[in-house]
Design a protein around this ligand. Structure first.
Ligand SMILES: [Zn+2]
Length: 778
């Protein structure tokens, strides 16, 4: 909206100003002359504005902010709620400029004052708002000088809470201890919503320190990124001039943040309660939730502390925040947001109840916590230079969330969960259909384009590509590169090139001849992924890559990728480590690759542990031999390998590339002896796409009987993946009304009716078996 009170000047300085006016005029003329003689500056300083440019000019950079926010949430009428605030921004002029440009959206900005380093006013000629570009442009009467520092003061700006808004500073409601409903405010500033809360330089590379103050009613708690430094009682009228209540309010001043981006700031004013723990290094972790939920959040509280320790070890970079808070709010746009020092979640994610939370939810919530903790390094400490490269924080956090969980004691093969849940389900199935495909890294400019990057491609395909690189060059080399990259760019910003350069440094040290940029660019800048087709030719193995997306759509494509090929055969399968495949990698850089193969080889398997982001097709003889090996002893393959054999064979059959008899031979020959989650997850999800004429229901019933018996007798929650398998098996067999499931459900229902206390207490199967079947009376 248009600004009022343009050109405000401090009256107290009028005399001084008059005295030095002549000098200033002379200086101004000199500067004006020098500006005219220089070439036209970019980024909108020029007379003709570039319509496609949404970036701020870099003539000034923010150094620190003093920000006070005062949300008025004390009315019973929603529309009467609003927030006011004041911000003072210390900036440094990088170039001479007579224009200041910040971001601001839907804020009433009555005045803007600019002062030089000695406290003198710099005259403000005009304030312009550009609604489309979300800019507040301040035209100055005199130029700012390169190398000088200035303060931009914006007092008493005001904002409304957007109806049903979930970005910026937004309103929701919860219940206090005495069960009365009240309004609370929380924030979500990523990617471009800080500008909805206060005028600021809202770009990830425009980092600064923040001194935040929050004004709150006395019965409320205020939280921000840092711990509270001091609190004082202030007059409510100062901040809420038109509101009768409250008369007196508290103002909490928080400690100065580290140098950080605007998008990881956080604000919360609510009637929450907390639980805390202190780790071995004396750091305090606190969960903040509504009173009735907070005691159920011990699991996620200790998980956060453990994950911090795990990542410190993995990344070899100390976590320096002394107090870390997690808050669960009733209304949240995403699952969670990693704000530095105050991670905000949807409140159900922080809550865990042993009797009702399924393993699936527990694992998913744990991965969310681990993901947000990983962001404390990937994003908060080292931030991408611009949103185009957001994969540097999201893809890494997706992949590292699994590593973080593995380190806190789980013996489970969570990596196989990554393969089926993140890679197959969330990426490859969608990429083959060309569902909203785009490269992992792509140019974006407008807020809408930036929002579009928070999708499955950046998160899950990015995560899968990061995992592929990690597995291909080895955990030690990859870990050293990531650690060096984080150390080099801490409290600053970095781009893909910076990561590739750290990676190349370590590759050279470890004598691997690989160019990280060439390899990664083929995955990060191209859409789709390859199918590697293998055949025996003249005593060696010939591999050929093709664009699977073009194959599935029967189109021509010249795309090729740098593919890490790993192989094992019946002759060498006992010799390799299950956790590392790096020493087996052959890089396929062109359309084909030839590998030597012993003439006595019976079967061979490509893409071990499904490490690479590609699919594999074999000649019929090898498919049959792999199926025979699975029947004889499936444990020579890892669960991820078994899952990939089922996945590749079913999906290639569905595209008409191979015959359905291939996957059917695999599953009918071995699956009934399978007790791992990953192969079963792939089987059930592909079964949905098949008619019963391809795989008769009675065959499915036979195959699934053993695993049903296993999951209903195994110790509940033996491991995360056993719980996941139990939930999956119960749901799939009960949905198909298999008799062994119906009979089990009947028994359990009867037990519940007769002796309520002894009925099934395993949440993984109780909902699908006893809950569902008892309710429907079947
Ligand atoms: Zn994230």
């Amino acid at each position: 909206m248009p600004a009022k009170g343009i050109g405000a000047r401090r009256k107290t300085l009028l005399l001084v100003t008059a005295l030095v006016a002549a000098v200033l005029i002379a200086v101004s003329l000199a500067i004006l002359l020098s500006l005219l003689l220089r070439s036209a500056p970019d980024n909108g300083n020029a007379g003709v504005e570039d319509k496609s440019n949404y970036r701020l000019p870099t003539d000034v950079k923010p150094v620190s902010y003093a920000l006070t926010l005062a949300p008025f949430i004390y009315s019973n009428i929603r529309d009467d709620c609003y927030f006011t605030g004041s911000v003072s921004i210390a900036v440094e002029a990088v170039n001479d400029t007579d224009m200041l440009r910040l971001h601001s959206v839907r804020l009433e900005v009555p005045t803007v004052r600019v002062r030089n380093s000695t406290g003198g006013d710099v005259s403000v000629e005009k304030i312009e708002e550009n609604v489309e570009k979300q800019w507040l442009t301040i035209k100055l009467g005199e130029p700012l000088r390169a190398g000088e520092t200035y303060t931009v003061l914006i007092d008493r700006f005001k904002g409304k809470f957007v109806k049903n808004g979930k970005t910026g500073l937004y309103l929701s409601s919860s219940y206090s201890e005495n069960s009365t409903e009240y309004y609370l405010v929380s924030s979500q500033l990523e990617p471009t919503h800080a500008r909805e809360v206060f005028p600021c330089f809202d770009e990830p590379a425009m980092k600064a320190e923040f001194n935040v103050s929050l004004v709150r009613g006395r019965e409320f708690t205020a939280l921000s990124n840092m711990p509270i430094k001091s609190s004082s009682l202030v007059s409510g009228n100062t901040w809420f001039p038109n509101s009768a209540e409250p008369k007196a309010v508290m103002k909490d001043d928080f400690k100065t943040t580290p140098t950080m981006s605007t998008y990881t700031l956080a604000f919360l004013v609510a009637k929450f309660q907390s639980i805390s723990l202190t780790d071995s290094k004396g750091r305090v972790f606190t969960n903040w939730l509504p009173p009735e939920l907070v005691q159920k959040s011990n699991f996620t509280l200790s998980l956060a502390a453990k994950a911090i320790g795990a990542f410190e070890e993995l990344l070899n970079v100390t976590y320096k925040m002394n107090i870390t808070k997690q808050a669960g709010v009733p209304l949240f746009h995403f699952a969670a947001m990693e704000n530095w020092g105050l991670i905000i979640y949807q409140q159900n994610i922080l809550v865990y109840d042993e009797n009702t939370t399924t393993t699936k939810s527990k694992l998913s919530n744990a991965l969310t916590v681990s993901h947000e903790i990983a962001h404390q390094w990937f994003g908060n400490l080292v931030t991408m230079k611009w949103w185009s490269e957001i994969w540097l924080i999201e893809a890494f956090s997706i992949f590292y969330s699994y590593l973080g969980l593995d380190l806190w004691g789980s013996e489970s093969d969570l990596d196989s969960h990554f393969v089926v849940d993140q890679k197959y389900k969330h990426v490859m199935n969608l990429e083959r259909k060309r569902y909203k495909v785009h490269p992992i890294q792509m140019n974006v400019s407008t807020p809408t384009e930036i929002d579009g990057l928070f999708d499955y491609i950046v998160y899950y395909k990015g995560g899968s590509v990061v995992r592929m690189m990690h597995n291909s060059i080895g955990a030690r080399v990859f870990g050293a590169a990531v650690s060096s990259y984080i150390r080099k760019h801490s409290y600053s910003n970095a781009g893909s090139e910076d990561f590739y350069s750290s990676l190349n440094e370590q590759l050279r040290i470890h004598k691997q001849s690989l160019d990280a940029k060439t390899v990664m660019s083929s995955w990060v800048k191209q859409v789709g992924y390859p199918l590697v087709t293998c055949s025996m030719e003249n005593g060696s193995l010939l591999l050929r890559q093709q664009d699977i997306v073009s194959l599935s759509h029967k189109e021509k494509s010249n795309l090729t990728w740098s593919i890490p090929i790993t192989a094992m055969t019946n002759l060498n399968h006992t010799g390799w480590s299950r956790s590392e495949v790096a020493h087996l990698v052959h890089w396929m850089r062109g359309e084909t690759l030839r590998l030597p193969l012993d003439s006595s080889t019976d079967w061979y398997l490509i893409n071990l542990r499904s490490s690479g982001h590609y699919q594999v097709n074999y000649d019929r003889q090898n498919w049959d031999r792999l199926a025979a090996q699975l029947t004889t002893d499936h444990t020579v393959f890892t669960p991820a390998d078994r899952a990939s054999l089922i996945y590749d064979s079913f999906t290639l059959a569905s595209l008409g590339i191979i015959d359905y008899s291939v996957p059917l031979k695999i599953v009918t020959g071995y699956l009934e002896n399978e007790t791992e989650f990953a192969p079963w997850a792939v089987f059930w999800s592909n079964l949905k796409k098949m008619t019963s004429s391809v795989l008769p229901v009675k065959t499915v019933k036979r195959i699934a009987k053993k695993v049903f018996n296993y999951v209903t007798t195994v110790t509940p929650k033996a491991s995360p993946l056993v719980g996941m398998l139990a939930e999956l098996t119960a749901r799939e067999t009960c949905d198909r009304d298999f008799t062994y499931c119906i009979n089990f459900a009947k028994d359990e229902c009867n037990k519940c009716k007769v002796r309520n206390s002894t009925c099934l207490k395993n949440p993984d199967i109780s909902e699908d078996i006893t809950g569902y079947k008892c309710k429907t009376g079947k």
